[in-house]
Ligand binder design. Structure first.
Ligand code: ATP
Length: 217
């Protein structure tokens, strides 16, 4: 992605509830950070998890996937992820087609979720996604939190968590924008190179800064 296309998100004055994005490279600790925000009462939308759910349950999306990638991507009603991945592997137009089908569905689902959260009146909401920047969806958010960690730690953590080889983790890392490209767009940076207590402290600080910024508007 060309850097010129990247724009920093800004608070939209008309919006009632602040939407904050959390992103970061694979294994940086996004989910761990989000769970900590949840303990502070902040609702989190896990976009990657939801995308998987929608691809299995949303009829319109399923129809679109079958139409564009063949009926065989669903086997007895279950998405054959490996087959779909194979069809888009090393095929940029096909990958873009897949994204152009899945991302609007996730966007619509996010909007529905945001509406549902309003009743709880949280001070702000979080949307977590690995490719928030790459997909451009960060532009619909008001602030961006970037979670970073040294590459070696990320690789070791993912390799241990998913029981996969270092090479397989590296292949996934290569699909993402480099961290320093993303850091430029972040309003807050959480550095996950210590223990969980250290992470908790940083999350509490960012949370407080967000609350302070809300009180000022
Ligand atoms: P992915 O990009 O694959 O979705 P992620 O960025 O959401 O990953 P996590 O799943 O939060 O990353 O963290 C990766 C692994 O590292 C998990 O097993 C998590 O428990 C562990 N982990 C995260 N942060 C720490 C830490 N500070 N200390 C020890 N383990 C950690």
């Amino acid at each position: 992605m060309k850097q010129a296309q990247l724009e920093k998100p800004s608070i939209r004055q008309t919006q009632l509830m602040l939407k904050i994005g959390i992103t970061g490279g694979i294994g940086s600790g996004k989910t761990t950070v989000c769970k900590l925000f949840e303990t502070l009462g902040i609702p989190v939308y896990y976009a990657d998890e939801r995308a998987k759910y929608l691809m299995q349950h949303e009829h319109f999306l399923i129809d679109q996937l079958k139409k564009n990638f063949g009926d065989e991507v669903y086997e007895n009603g279950r998405l054959n992820r490996a087959l779909l991945a194979e069809k888009v592997f090393n095929n940029k137009p096909k990958l873009e087609l897949l994204n152009s089908i899945v991302h609007p569905a996730v966007y619509r689902d996010t909007e529905r979720w945001v509406e549902e959260q309003k009743i709880k009146k949280p001070p702000y909401l979080i949307k977590e996604a690995a490719l928030l920047i790459e997909t451009g969806s960060y532009k619909s958010l008001d602030k961006l939190i970037m979670v970073t960690a040294p590459l070696e730690q990320r690789i070791n953590r993912v390799s241990a968590r998913d029981k996969i080889s270092v090479e397989d983790v590296m292949a996934r890392v290569r699909n993402q924008l480099p961290e320093d490209e993303k850091i430029k767009l972040a309003d807050f940076i959480i550095t996950n190179d210590g223990d969980i207590a250290n992470l908790e402290k940083q999350v509490a600080e960012v949370h407080q800064q967000i609350l302070n910024s809300l009180n000022q508007t």
